[in-house]
Design a protein around this ligand. Structure first.
Ligand SMILES: Cc1cc2nc3c(=O)[nH]c(=O)nc-3n(C[C@H](O)[C@H](O)[C@H](O)COP(=O)(O)OP(=O)(O)OC[C@H]3O[C@@H](n4cnc5c(N)ncnc54)[C@H](O)[C@@H]3O)c2cc1C
Ligand code: FES
Length: 359
């Protein structure tokens, strides 16, 4: 039998009344003047811990508002920060055990990157950020496989670190191999912890490959850390395309390709399908350019516009805009869309011929 607190409907009724009184502004617009964490509907988080383990990364401990429903290790959240008066949203994968109430992020400064550089340089305790619910399919299955191989490169360590910490927290009794690629050991933000975990847990083997000295993925690295690798093993990978591609080729050769689960932080820019001709009109900005066939986001940026974006790979919907007319092609699925006044994602939509878009 389930019971519900009588205060909940009362709170909801009160909230609706406040919202009616506050119109046209959302209640949260008033509440945030008093305390940015006292939101009625929007989810936020306060930065309660900041550490800078390497020169180009920051570890953020976040305390979320009461709306937070947790995450499954491997998923990501969207974090919004205001920089020079403009809100920017980016995806980050929590790195802690999924059993933890707090959220930990590790952000690596992307060369020339706006939000990552800002967080690495300026994040401080007390700062409040916008937060989304967790999302994403990259996750350990239930029941857990008996043998788990976690592979990462660079900042791709974050989702697999969450998986490792979760498995350790659960008292996982199977075998785990943790294979991480970094330029040098100094670039690994949790080097001490990984080494201690490797020593403390008999079933866990950790191997850090310094790419500056040892090069990129080689089957020997896998054989070294997971000599038991076989049909019972599941592989979870997050890192550069080159790492995923090399590992996939190796696993395919051994007949284990379908055991590999991949997360990516970025996708390669879509190749133009060839000259489709026509012009792209960004109607709200009054800018028209020749259609180059790349994504509408890239064409807008090349034209000097700055549409909002988050992931640049079709998962966060920050870049959604209304196509007024013309045909677009979804570069991930190949589907084309001809309807007028249709919402599309600029980062994964390429115009085919003349297109008018409300940007
Ligand atoms: C699911 C997911 C999980 C992630 N988890 C993490 C994580 O845990 N830790 C982490 O550090 N990162 C993570 N990322 C990456 C993160 O979301 C950001 O992409 C990263 O921090 C860079 O953001 P930025 O604002 O610093 O860079 P941006 O300013 O967005 O620049 C990034 C790149 O986008 C391109 N670009 C930007 N502006 C333009 C322009 N005007 N014209 C052309 N190209 C442009 C450039 O190639 C540039 O190098 C994750 C990404 C995804 C999708
Ligand atoms: S930027 Fe995330 S969906 Fe386009």
């Amino acid at each position: 039998m389930t019971t519900s607190s009588p205060t909940r409907p009362r709170r909801r009724r009160l909230l609706s009344l406040f919202e009616a009184l506050a119109t046209p502004h959302a209640v949260d617009r008033y509440l945030e003047l008093l305390d940015p964490m006292a939101t009625a509907r929007e989810m936020r988080a306060r930065v309660v811990r900041v550490a800078r383990p390497t020169p180009d990364s920051v570890v953020l401990g976040l305390r979320p508002t009461r709306h937070w429903r947790g995450y499954v290790a491997g998923q990501f959240v969207q974090v919004g920060v205001v920089i020079d008066g403009v809100r920017h949203t980016r995806c980050y994968s929590p790195t802690g055990s999924e059993r933890s109430d707090a959220i930990e992020l590790i952000v690596r400064a992307h060369p020339g990157g706006l939000v990552s550089q800002y967080l690495v340089r300026h994040a401080n305790e007390g700062m409040v950020v916008d937060l989304s619910t967790a999302a994403g399919e990259f996750a350990l299955p239930q029941p857990r496989p008996r043998e788990i191989v976690l592979v990462s490169g660079g900042s791709g360590i974050t989702p697999v670190l969450a998986m490792l910490r979760t498995l350790v927290d659960e008292g996982f009794v199977g075998r785990i191999a943790f294979l991480h690629y970094a330029r040098t050991l100094d670039d690994v933000p949790v080097l001490g912890e990984l080494r201690s975990l490797g020593q403390a847990h008999g079933g866990l083997d950790v191997r850090i490959v310094e790419t500056s000295a040892e090069g990129r993925f080689d089957r020997e690295h896998l054989d070294d850390v997971a000599p038991w690798f076989g049909p019972e093993s599941e592989v979870f990978v997050c890192g550069p395309d080159t790492l995923s591609a090399a590992l996939r080729e190796h696993l395919d050769l051994r007949g284990f390709g379908e055991r590999m689960h991949t997360e990516q932080f970025r996708i390669a820019s879509p190749e133009p399908v060839g000259p489709t001709g026509g012009a792209v009109s960004f109607t709200r900005s009054g800018v028209t350019t020749e259609n180059t066939g790349t994504s509408l986001l890239e064409q807008a940026e090349a034209a000097g516009l700055q549409p909002e974006y988050g992931c640049r790979m079709g998962i966060c919907f920050s870049c959604t805009a209304v196509k007024r007319s013309g045909r677009t092609r979804n570069v991930r699925t190949g589907e084309t869309h001809d309807d007028p006044d249709q919402s599309i994602q600029l980062c994964i939509s390429a115009p085919v011929g003349d297109v008018e878009i409300d940007v």
